[in-house]
Ligand binder design. Structure first.
Ligand SMILES: [Mg+2]
Length: 424
């Protein structure tokens, strides 16, 4: 057994290589060794096999160009059910070694193996290699694996050699690796914060960790970027299961309406608005909900509500509303004045952690998910209420409603949307 004192903590990061395309190749031997592109159903590449990458194909290319530069390319439709099954198997294999596993995304996970050398009789490096070998033989796809002392450094390590790399960054080698790492390539610094650092003269991760607390303060660098700075310096501050992508425990949305109302359609529409708002938040966080409760508050300030749970986690407003609709009349009484409504979504799980024994429902949901992501984008671009569920129409103020229904160049356009579920 090697000496492992250079790992005060030992964190592994696993990242499936060209994951979707690799799963397709693992499922069908005829695709192995060939350029494969997934995403055929929407005409945009979502994943490219290494053979396709070697031919100069890029993810941002239109399908037409891909076929032109690589005429023998095999374009397949996405099969999220299979990708999720492979993801589940990946998490399960890693869990054979430790319970401390964070399912970070459909093709990535973290594992904390601190202190396992004794019980497993292997060094950290040997444990990492053993898990990698088991993943690759069981799943038939390769993984980039990184071992280091923090999550952020483990991610730097797994990215270092692709495909099928295994890279270790013990404490004494941190600076060597960070010198070769662009600031943009660091987990959490890919976007605006990376740009901000570049503009402040920081181009590599090494330059970043050489800055001191005072510099961070002067440059307005706060919480998440400061955590990244600490993690790159070898101080583990992001725990597994939390970190950069901490999941909320619940999402709650409430509406008070004045004047109070006893109109059933109007009150249901308030709940519909609650659900829509809550789902925007779900999609932003990349989570789905296994449980929902809704309530109505009366003019006398009493609350009446109901809780329900779903075997398959949901994030589509139409699906959640359909459930509320089936129980609405257990809460609503026709001759009572109500003044507020609320919806809480709980038992939140990452989008990838779907229940896999109900494939049909899952497939249906993935399709809907795309519709709603598109709706979020429309509403962001053209303003709130550009596109909304028909069931929420009642909840808009009279003025907004009229503005919406009138069409003219100065008003928001009506857009035809395919099936969106419940309409009351
Ligand atoms: Mg990957």
């Amino acid at each position: 057994m090697e000496r492992t004192s250079s790992y005060p903590r030992a964190i592994l990061h696993f990242d499936g290589d060209a994951f979707f395309a690799s799963v397709e190749q693992a499922k069908d031997w005829r695709l192995r060794g060939r350029p494969v592109v997934t995403g055929g159903e929407r005409g945009a590449a979502t994943s490219l096999s290494y053979e396709a990458k070697a031919r100069g194909v890029h993810r941002s290319m239109p399908m037409r160009d891909i076929r032109r530069i690589c005429p023998d390319v095999v374009v397949v439709s996405s099969d999220y059910t299979s990708y999720s099954i492979f993801a589940r198997r990946m998490y399960a294999i890693v869990r054979e070694y430790t319970d401390a596993v964070e399912e970070y995304s459909i093709d990535e996970c973290f594992a904390d193996i601190t202190g396992l050398e004794q019980s497993l009789g292997m060094s950290y490096e040997e444990i990492g290699k053993a898990i990698k070998a088991k993943l690759e033989t069981s799943l038939g796809i390769t993984f980039g694996v990184g071992l280091s002392v923090t999550k952020t450094l483990a991610k730097v390590a797994s990215k270092h050699r692709k495909p099928a790399g295994f890279t270790t960054i013990p404490v004494e080698e941190i600076e060597d690796y960070l010198q070769q790492t662009e600031i943009y390539d660091v987990w959490g610094l890919g976007g605006a914060s990376g740009t901000h650092l570049r503009a402040s003269g920081v181009t590599t991760a090494l330059e970043y960790i050489q800055k001191d607390e005072g510099w961070l303060k002067d440059h307005g660098i706060v919480k998440p970027q400061r955590a990244t700075w600490l993690e790159l310096r070898g101080h583990s501050v992001l725990s597994l299961g939390s970190g950069v992508r901490a999941l909320p425990h619940s999402v709650m949305k409430t509406r008070t309406f004045s004047p109070p109302s006893m109109d059933r359609a109007y009150i249901f529409a308030q709940l519909s608005k609650n659900v829509e708002a809550a789902c925007v938040k779900l999609r932003k966080e990349g989570v789905k909900a296994h449980a929902l409760s809704f309530y109505l508050k009366t003019q006398e300030f009493t609350y009446h509500g109901i809780q329900m749970e779903f075997p398959v986690a949901l994030s589509a407003p139409s699906q959640l509303l359909a459930h509320i609709q089936t129980r609405f009349d257990e809460v609503y009484v026709s001759d009572i004045l109500y003044r507020a409504s609320g919806v809480t979504l709980r038992a939140l799980v990452p989008d990838t952690a779907v229940t896999l024994d109900l494939f049909g429902e899952f497939d249906q949901l993935s399709e809907k998910q795309e519709t709603f992501v598109a709706l979020d984008a429309l509403n962001k671009k053209f303003g709130r209420h550009t596109v909304f569920l028909a069931s929420s129409m009642q909840a808009l103020g009279t003025e907004t409603k009229e503005r919406f229904l009138r069409s003219g160049p100065q008003f928001k356009k009506r857009i035809n949307i395919p099936y969106l579920g419940v309409v009351t």
